[in-house]
Design a protein around this ligand. Structure first.
Ligand SMILES: [Zn+2]
Length: 393
């Protein structure tokens, strides 16, 4: 039956939807988009694959999809766990890998050392390649090694990963084995590390650290700090997320909090639902844990094996934007950005299947009424400000 009124409404709705999508795309691809955390180096080395291959359906990231997603600058995570022998040598091996990708694609990638380099890369339509070391254990208690990493281009260091060092306590250790820690927070040497990073122009990254280390580091740092891949504790009470007083402290310090896309840091019900999933596959879980006691690897294996069951665990994309809204309402739009953790996590919100899906985030921000100016800050402007503030005069 012909219904003129509803046809008119649906045409109007369709036009509005199309106009909003177009506006969002325009803002997205004209802004500088900087993601501060991607674990493709470790994934590529483990799986013997390369970032400049087509890795669709294998990984969250590859060079072609970075372009499709409008990513202008990527901090590649240089990481190994706390049990690795010779972690400094390993860090250098990961850096070699990222730089090999960069050097063999000179028309599509360039290494960036400064905020100005990122802007130059964006103008030349190349991916700006930056390095972030995830875990203070990789400097092996040696300020000379810290400086050598800076010379290779490392522009942030996460003070701890899940493992504490002799000089800084992690969120995991502060919350699960506080009694056995030799100290909580930064030691005297830990404070020297922060001061050395400030002097070099390397960003102090406070993702993964415990609250005591967070407090000591922010009090010691003379420069704005980074939180490269964490979310909001008030919305998801996970030790990797920031409490309100920490969010306020970052804003007061002039730093920036880059939101992690991991379902488990966004959705408070994710952990119990994913536990129920692994328990359903208990026999496999137990034998996998015998091979590698780190639960993450067991989960990755099971998540890949049962994709249909895993789909149901994903939270909606709107939940990521709720975390962003929370920070904006608490301290304003100058202190938040994006630190995806792509290729370092095994579950992401619906619709975020990889780096090609960044435009969906901008579309959500436009839908929620964010101004072009604020979206530009969130996508990369805030991070550029913090980088500049850390660069040597
Ligand atoms: Zn991490």
């Amino acid at each position: 039956m012909y219904k003129p009124a509803s046809l008119f409404i649906s045409l109007l709705f369709g036009t509005c939807f199309f106009a909003t999508a177009q506006k969002a795309n325009k803002i997205h691809f004209r802004s500088i988009l900087i993601d501060t955390h991607n674990d493709i180096p470790s994934t590529a080395i483990d799986d013997k694959i390369s970032f400049d291959q087509d890795l669709l359906h294998k990984t969250h990231s590859d060079l072609r999809r970075m372009k499709e997603g409008g990513v202008d600058a990527q901090f590649f995570s240089i990481w190994c766990d706390g049990n690795k022998q010779n972690p400094y040598a390993w860090a250098n091996r990961e850096i070699d890998t990222v730089l090999a990708w960069t050097h063999r694609n000179p028309d599509r990638m360039m290494q960036a050392f400064t905020a100005a380099d990122i802007e130059r890369a964006a103008r030349n339509k190349k991916l700006a390649v930056l390095l972030g070391v995830e875990g203070g254990h990789m400097i092996e208690n040696d300020l000379g090694k810290l400086e050598a990493l800076y010379q290779r281009g490392v522009r942030y260091m996460t003070i701890t990963w899940n493992n504490s060092t002799a000089w800084a306590s992690s969120a995991l250790d502060e919350t699960t084995r506080a009694d056995s820690l030799t100290h909580a927070g930064l030691s005297a040497f830990g404070k020297q590390v922060i001061q050395k990073m400030n002097a070099l122009g390397m960003l102090v990254d406070l993702s993964h650290v415990g609250e005591a280390t967070f407090r000591d580091a922010i009090a010691t740092s003379s420069k704005p700090v980074l939180v490269s891949h964490s979310c909001v504790y008030a919305l998801c009470a996970h030790r990797r997320n920031l409490k309100d007083d920490q969010i306020r402290a970052v804003a007061k310090n002039g730093g920036v909090i880059q939101l992690n896309f991991y379902s488990g840091f966004l959705d408070p019900s994710f952990e119990s639902r994913s536990d129920a999933f692994t328990t359903r596959h208990k026999a496999e879980m137990d034998s996998l844990l015998k091979v590698n006691p780190e639960p993450y690897f067991m989960q990755v294996y099971l998540f890949n094996k049962y994709p249909e069951e895993v789909k149901g665990l994903r939270p909606p994309l709107s939940l990521l934007i709720d975390h962003l809204d929370y920070i904006v309402k608490l301290v304003g739009a100058d202190y938040v950005g994006l630190g995806s953790d792509f290729d370092g996590v095994n579950s992401l919100p619906e619709g975020l299947d990889g780096v090609q899906d960044f435009p969906k985030i901008t579309a959500e921000l436009v839908k929620r009424g964010y101004s072009k100016k604020d979206i530009e800050k969130i996508l990369g402007g805030n991070l550029l400000r913090v980088l500049r503030a850390n660069e040597k005069p």
